[in-house]
Ligand binder design. Structure first.
Ligand code: PEP
Ligand code: MG
Length: 836
């Protein structure tokens, strides 16, 4: 860990600065002081020998940062450096940061394990908070290294000027990708727009720059890997900062917004098209008033806050995964940005400073810091960035709820409803059930808020920004809403209800026509049938899946039935859920995957225990094979779901996750056989010929795919896990996101090997990992011989359209070319160039 030395003319001042920093980092960082001189008559001054002794006392191979007050302090520090042995000199850096702010920032950065360059950069950027608060222009001096003769003269600097092409500018999602990329490098990286400058590793700073479409930014990286950092950022910008705008920016701006409200009506902003009539459910989650209490132990408060933040980050990660699986990765990216907001070093430092200096309770310090950050967004000119204030408040309130121990109110209701709220957070929206929520009306918000984006992705009509009058609507009152125009009918009479119903029916009919293309059965240009199916998390996702043109369900992630409960669902409950999905799908296929918990999907009541490496641990089939009391009821429920209540057969298939060996497959099949025998003995019906497949998501499964193929009816490739295991890169770790890409040549070869083994054994092979929903990959997967693709429902129309453009021989030729390429970038560029 980097050590710190505080040099001051006054011993008292040096001690005071250390005391302050010590409190912040709870003594976890080595901080030495060199204050005053040993002359009782004249104690004010600096002494090079004292500075040297201080450096030596905190020296380690990670280095030492020296912070000084002024004048002779600099000279003494430079002399002290000369006295040190040469090999130590190289690891001691003098820093021009302001003494108090710089020491605080450096201490925090050292505590979190930052290297010397990073600690120095944090210290030098420490004035930014003050400068921003006082509304001053950013002083150039912050980033200019001083004492160049002794420090950092080997540091490389690289710069790039970029025009931001994203339609909405560098808003939350591209900003998150930008920050994530910057954080992969040790160099200090700053981004400048006009007079404003920001730390490229801080999501809050980057977002508050308010970079809009067409604006130019200057990115400067200083440090040993600055060249690589700039290259990576250049690449990211060339890829539109990782944003696929066709998917993320629906044409909401073209929706008409009527200027005024009429009698009995409210006018809001059209946010998600569709018409609905139904009873109101008022959703008003309230936090208790935050009381500011003084005289608190700052360390305890900081600990309390860290625990709450960590819990919130874990929850957001789960919501991100769920949204990715049910809506799509583009929409899920917002929850990654939310995690970055919570972990933002600026935000952390700001709240820590309040705790230290004002000794108040954690809730008050957090609340004040979040409000202030949100206000900065709200005060920006651009409505898009103004809307980001809601994101900050959303994540902030999540932490507050944990600090205060407050639960969210339930959204359960007996019949479908129109959800009315002051505002809806993206995380609230992501968790809505489109089958229960007819429409959304909010007092606040804009059409580009993430909750509106999610509502569109979920296909829920929405009107936002309709004003405070919504608060007066009684629970259960019938209202009508038109998400195309922003109109709300507060108490529609029979005639209006009739008109609204007619308009709703017309709209739905028009939608049907628009969706007809995606409803058509998928086939290639040479008329080869490919099944395009949806991934679902529960039976309530079936309707949305069908509306996007799903031809079946290629992956039912049954673990969602096990979440948010105190105990595992019974066989009867599971059977009901599977039958509900069967009923929704009619004759279409339903592939039910057995429980895949563990890894990133822990379930407290299943007693999985703490694991060093959960992804390499007791997950999926490994857990189920050891827990027949959980596994058998599920197998029995799936078997029974293969026959409908009226005794006719249902198109159900069963799939085991995480199979890594032939022995595991055989044990799983033996357990299935036990379930069959039990049911038979009990006189219960099931399909004797139920198709049984496995996910191919472990490299070991690919290696023995020929042996596995001989014992199953189908393969479905899970590229999400296959990629992380092949590349040894955690699928949820932003720092290794470059590696964890399914376009890695190593992963593509694994897919080919699996497809070859399936073909030789004469079984079909499909894919249900995220890659299946990427239209860029569609011809490649077709060319590799996959005949089924299952994905988040919103991706279906684009994948079907891509399939229609390719013949199988063309796709096969493309696959041969792509498999000969040697990098992700080469694969992507080749597929982009080949796109029709
Ligand atoms: C996969 O790993 O690709 C997959 C589809 O399974 P999950 O994402 O649920 O782990
Ligand atoms: Mg998986």
């Amino acid at each position: 860990m980097v050590g710190l030395v505080v040099v001051s003319h006054s011993a008292t001042l040096a001690q005071g600065v250390r005391e302050l920093a010590d409190q912040m980092v709870q003594g976890q960082v080595q901080i030495a002081v060199a204050g005053g001189i040993d002359d009782p008559e004249q104690p004010i001054g600096t002494d090079p020998m004292k500075v040297m002794a201080a450096i030596e006392s905190v020296f380690s191979d990670d280095g030492v940062l020296v912070l000084m007050d002024l004048g002779s302090a600099l000279l003494s520090a430079e002399m002290a450096l000369e006295f040190l042995p040469e090999e130590q000199q190289a690891k001691v850096v003098l820093c021009a940061a302001p003494l108090v702010e710089g020491t605080m920032a450096a201490a925090v950065q050292a505590m979190v394990g930052g290297n010397l360059t990073r600690v120095k950069a944090e210290a030098e950027g420490a004035l930014t908070v003050k400068v921003t608060q006082l509304n001053l222009p950013a002083p150039e001096i912050i980033n200019v290294p001083v004492a160049q003769s002794t420090v950092e003269n080997s540091e490389e600097t690289h710069e790039i000027r970029l025009e931001v092409g994203n339609k909405m500018g560098l808003h939350a999602r591209p900003a998150a990708n930008f920050v994530r990329t910057a954080n992969q490098f040790q160099s200090e990286i700053r981004v400048r727009k006009g007079e404003k400058s920001a730390n490229a590793k801080s999501i809050n700073q980057v977002a508050t720059l308010g970079v809009r479409h067409g604006e130019t930014i200057l990115i400067t990286a200083v440090g040993a890997d600055s060249h690589a950092a700039i290259e990576a950022i250049k690449q990211l910008a060339a890829e539109n900062f990782g944003e696929n705008e066709q998917v993320t920016e629906p044409e909401v701006t073209e929706m008409a917004v009527l200027p005024t409200s009429k009698e009995g009506q409210l006018q809001g902003i059209a946010a998600s098209p569709g018409i609905a009539i139904g009873p109101v459910l008022q959703y008003r989650p309230k936090l208790p008033t935050i009381v500011r209490e003084t005289g608190k132990d700052s360390r305890a408060a900081w600990q309390q806050l860290q625990t709450a933040v960590q819990t919130a980050v874990t929850e957001l990660n789960a919501i991100q995964q769920q949204t990715e699986q049910q809506v799509g990765s583009e929409e899920a990216a917002i929850f990654e940005a939310h995690q970055l907001i919570l972990q933002d070093p600026d935000l952390q430092t700001a709240v820590q400073t309040i705790l230290e200096t004002e000794q108040i309770n954690a809730e008050a310090a957090w609340h004040e810091t979040i409000e202030e950050t949100a206000e900065k967004f709200a005060a920006m000119d651009d409505p898009y960035f103004q809307a980001r204030a809601a994101d900050v408040l959303d994540v902030g309130n999540r932490v507050l709820r944990h600090l205060l121990g407050v639960q969210m109110p339930s959204l359960e209701a007996e019949r479908p409803y129109v959800l009315v709220a002051a505002d809806l957070t993206p995380s609230d929206t992501a968790q809505l059930d489109p089958a229960r929520v007819l429409a959304i009306c909010t007092e606040l918000g804009g059409a580009t808020a993430h909750s509106a984006i999610l509502a569109r992705a979920l296909g829920i009509p929405a009107v936002v920004g309709a004003g405070h009058a919504l608060a007066d609507i009684d629970e259960g009152q019938m209202v009508g809403i038109d998400g195309r125009t922003g109109q709300i009918w507060l108490t529609p009479d029979d005639e209006q209800i009739g008109e609204l119903q007619a308009a709703r029916d017309d709209w739905q009919a028009a939608q049907q026509v628009a969706k007809a293309a995606s409803q058509a059965i998928a086939h290639t240009a040479d008329d080869v049938r490919i099944e395009v199916a949806a991934n679902i998390g529960g039976p309530h996702d079936v309707d949305v899946a069908l509306s996007f043109g799903a031809e079946g369900v290629g992956l039912f992630r049954t673990e969602f039935l096990f979440l948010d409960r105190q105990e595992a669902p019974s066989e009867v409950e599971q059977l009901a859920a599977y039958r509900q999905a069967v009923a929704g799908l009619g004759a279409r296929p339903l592939i039910i995957r057995t429980l895949d918990v563990g890894g990133d999907k822990p379930l407290p009541y299943l007693d999985l225990g703490e694991e060093e490496n959960p992804f390499l641990g007791w997950r999926g089939i490994r857990f189920c094979l050891d827990k027949p009391e959980i596994f058998l009821p599920q197998l029995r429920a799936i078997l029974q779901a293969s026959v409908r209540e009226d005794g006719t057969s249902a198109n159900v298939k069963l799939m085991f996750p995480m199979i890594g060996t032939l022995a595991e497959l055989r044990r799983a099949k033996a357990m299935l056989q036990t379930a069959r025998e039990q049911l038979q003995a009990e006189g219960k019906l099931f399909a004797a010929d139920l198709a049984v497949g496995i996910m191919i998501e472990l490299p070991s499964a690919v290696a023995v795919a020929d042996a596995l193929a001989a014992e199953v009816d189908f393969f479905s490739i899970g590229t999400n896990d296959l990629t992380q295991y092949v590349m040894a890169a955690d699928r949820g770790n932003a720092n290794v996101a470059e590696l964890a890409q399914a376009f890695q040549p190593a992963v593509l070869r694994m897919i080919r090997q699996t497809a070859v083994a399936a073909k030789q054994a004469n079984i079909w092979v499909g894919m249900c990992g995220e890659l299946a929903g990427n239209p860029l990959a569609t011809p490649l997967l077709l060319g590799l011989g996959l005949t089924e693709l299952s994905m988040a429902a919103p991706s279906i129309p684009a994948v079907k359209a891509a399939l229609r453009n390719w013949t199988v021989p063309e796709a096969e030729a493309l696959a041969v070319e792509v498999l000969g390429l040697d990098s992700v970038t080469a694969v992507q560029s080749h597929l982009e160039a080949a796109q029709k």
